[in-house]
Design a protein around this ligand. Structure first.
Ligand code: AMP
Ligand code: MG
Length: 492
């Protein structure tokens, strides 16, 4: 049993203007750090197969599977608002396409497998710390039902890698139906290579938006779908309290997936100004900025795709603008619907917006834990219920909670809400477990001592974030004080 790479990958058939052929750099004496057995099984890979040295060697980049034509993708991107004309996979390479049990094709990438023509001054390596962060978060997001690239396994090595301190190298195996980014279009627009733009768009239409191919203006329709999927994605981030940290256009997926996990973070206490990336001095990618940054990034994409929308520039701009105008209403609607579900409300009412705003404002002032509060609110039984309810306990100023809860109780009464049914529905949308920074950090610190068990435990826990899992209750506790001192930056 081994990895079966398709004879020619969909992306490689675009031709070498779109990528560079590369060879992975061997990872000395690789060992398995973690295997995502649930995902592996979808590709017919079982744990005993990984015990075979040959597969371990493939997944660490030491040996090429048959048929693999490894390549690093070319792209550009707006980084922190500034256009960089050439980026590309600097420490990732794609081995090829592999087919899952349903016949669907996935791109298989090795992240950290050495230098590519796009590595600039980087070493092409990933450190164990950053691979664990990406591995756990990809799967945590998947568990939460949020579109994301997936992570199959981590292999590690004792090879030293220099960052702020000496760390060790690791390779993450990442998968997605496509890793094409907004920046993949930008590179050709700014090089004035409009035929390449069209080739890239045709590739996406053929393999990922086939339902749009026969319609009117397929490129525009595809853009409109990217607008919608991005709006939906960011609404989901906001609802679950996820901050991406580096929403550059080269980290934005054309398929609306969460892509390129770096200095991300989940909210502990509710703070709209939360900046998870230590290097983001201006707070460009602060939690509450994500919705508007999504729009800004889509505007960059629209600009790059203009030549595809219409031969007449004014018409192209007008069409792009119309499609872009779809973003805000979709995001606002998805967020409002999601918040209603988080509060266990079934009906839509005008006053819901004020109810949410008031709650979030009070949560901010009281530094209320975002995940714990919503989870606890499922148990709320109305103001007639026990005064010391779990949700009120999350507030330092319990009066602030009760002031809000008066309105909430009325609102529940208006739709004859039934406590038990509501509680069940709320537990399906308000996770009990999220990947708090300190949880990832604990797994990282143990892994540095060659104890990988915490990675597997978290992977398991976060695959079912809505389940009570009483044996793991402590993972839902408030974060310890030391967690505030964890600093995460772009360097990984
Ligand atoms: P990111 O924002 O982390 O996705 O990375 C931005 C760009 O820097 C991408 O083009 C990466 O491929 C590249 N990069 C990041 N780290 C390294 C590294 N260690 N070696 C080479 N390139 C890197
Ligand atoms: Mg990136």
């Amino acid at each position: 049993m081994s990895i079966c790479i398709e004879s020619e990958s969909r992306f490689s058939s675009l031709g070498e203007a779109f990528y560079s052929k590369v060879r992975p750099e061997p990872l000395p004496d690789p060992y398995l750090v973690s295997l995502n057995t649930a995902l592996a099984a979808k590709f017919g890979l079982h744990e005993h197969a990984l015990a075979q040295q040959s597969l371990l060697e493939i997944l660490s980049g030491n040996r090429l599977p048959e048929g693999a034509e490894p390549l690093a993708m070319l792209y550009a991107g707006h980084q922190f608002g500034h256009f960089v004309p050439q980026l590309g996979d600097g420490r990732a390479l794609m081995l090829g396409d592999i087919r899952d049990e349903n016949g669907k094709l996935w791109e298989l990438q090795l992240k950290g497998a050495g230098i590519t023509p796009y590595s600039r001054s980087g070493d092409g390596r990933a450190v164990l710390r950053s691979t664990i962060r990406e591995y756990l978060c990809s799967e945590a997001m998947h568990g939460l039902g949020i579109p994301t690239t997936r992570a199959l396994c981590i292999t590690g090595s004792d090879e030293e890698v220099y960052r702020e301190q000496i760390e060790t190298a690791a390779v993450l195996v990442r998968m997605a139906p496509s890793h094409i980014r907004f920046g993949s279009f930008e590179v050709f627009y700014y090089r004035n290579q409009h035929d390449r733009l069209q080739q890239l768009a045709d590739h996406l239409l053929a393999h990922h938006f086939a339902h749009l191919r026969e319609g009117d203006r397929p490129y525009l329709a595809m853009f409109a779908e990217v607008v919608a999927s991005t709006a939906q994605l960011i609404a989901q981030w906001q609802l679950v309290g996820f901050a991406h940290g580096v929403m550059n256009t080269d980290n934005m997926s054309m398929l609306g997936l969460t892509l390129d996990y770096g200095p991300y973070g989940f909210l502990d206490s509710y703070d709209p100004d939360y900046i998870c990336n230590h290097s983001d001095h201006e707070g460009r990618y602060a939690f509450s900025k994500q919705p508007s940054i999504g729009q800004w990034n889509l505007t960059c994409l629209a600009q790059a795709m203009l030549p595809l929308f219409d031969a007449e520039p004014d018409t192209a701009v007008e069409l792009a603008q119309d499609a872009l105008n779809g973003y805000e209403p979709i995001l606002v609607q998805a967020y409002a619907d999601g918040m209603r579900a988080k509060l266990g409300l079934l009906e839509k009412r005008q006053e819901d917006h004020a109810l949410v705003t008031d709650l979030l404002q009070k949560m901010q002032v009281n530094e209320v834990d975002y995940t714990r509060f919503f989870r606890a609110l499922a148990e709320y039984m109305g103001e007639e219920g026990p005064v010391s309810c779990a949700a009120a306990n999350e507030f330092v100023d319990r009066e602030a909670f009760h002031a809000w809860a008066k309105d909430y109780t009325l609102r529940l009464a208006q739709e004859n809400s039934q406590d038990e049914k509501r509680a069940m529905a709320m537990r399906r949308v308000n996770p009990k477990y999220v990947l708090r920074n300190y949880l990832a950090q604990t797994a990282i610190e143990k892994a540095m001592e060659k104890d990988f068990s915490e990675i597997d435990r978290l992977l398991q826990l976060l695959s079912l974030p809505f389940d009570e899992q009483p044996e793991h209750e402590h993972y839902a506790a408030l974060p310890p004080d030391w967690s505030k001192r964890i600093s995460v930056s772009c360097s990984s």
